[in-house]
Design a protein around this ligand. Sequence first.
Ligand code: DAS
Length: 358
Amino acid sequence: MRMNPWRRWLTGLVLAVTGAVGSAQYAVSSQPNVVVLATGGTIAGAGASALNSATYAAAKVPVDKLLAGLPELTKVANVRGEQVFQIASESFTNEQLLTLARRVSALVKQADVDGIVVTHGTDTLEETAYFLNLVVRTSKPIVVVGSMRPGTALSADGALNLYDAVVVAASNDSAGKGVLVTMNDEIQSGRDVSKNVNIKTNAFTSQWGPLGMVVEGKNYWFRAPVKRHTGGSEFNIDEITSLAPVEIVYSYGNVPRTAFDAVGKSGIKALVHGGPGNGSVADRIVPVLRDLRAKGVHIIRSSRVADGFVLRNAEQPDDQYDWVVAHDLRPQKARILAAVALTKTNDPKELQRIFWEY
Ligand code: DAS
């Protein structure tokens, strides 16, 4: 019996569509799905000319344009973008950290998301990467990436950094290594990495070295993190509603008590002391910090020195003063960990355990 022409047309259409969808699904399912969350920064920056590698406006280029400028990504993963913020990262707030982490946490729970890339300004990239490392419960790759030059500059670094970030986020062998940072061909731990050069493309390094390298779309791993992170963390962004105020005061020769007094009166829960050397505290500042401790403010001894770590009870009798040492964390990272830890405990001995473990 001949099928009526309308029915034949409709059947043909259904078969064509399901066939196309099937092949599209096949094509889609043969590649990992990576979501790029854009927040701004130089990687989204634009300068007036190709010679402006350091003079430019950050946070100008939208995520869809960033991705459209990298057609090579289609060979790596199915990539889609979301514009979470469009800001220079020096302007990040705690609220924005929470918003970003909540979005990452929601996406990694989705079965159709295999990895996350966060494009970010380089100024506070290390703080955001560490925060995500502490509070997002997942083993899926999360890669934070920035650039030191805007895409409009000669020898811009953003495109390759972003390509590398998607490669790492799309790779099974990136799973379970905590939050990662891809800059300048290296794969760094979000915990360990800091911006150590403020005007060169090899800006991001860790005193413990990179975890690996990514070269021409392939990851080469040399070590893995040993500090607790992501899926092994006791912290969970889904249970954090706010971050306690924790501030940093740096010390130096001739330091007066002025800043300590001012910050101490601002309602902080902890003060990170960025001391010289091994976290040294000037003799005239010790009583100021002890007085803050007596008022319930936690004192966390960190060091302004780039490398090494602060030894407990070395420069100061931390046991006697009931102070915490920041281990190898620089002041800006110690602030992040203290704020996260204070969502769980106010016990200085627990705080010290957390600083040893994370
Ligand atoms: N202002 C810097 C920032 O947004 C620009 C950059 O280096 O990304 O962090």
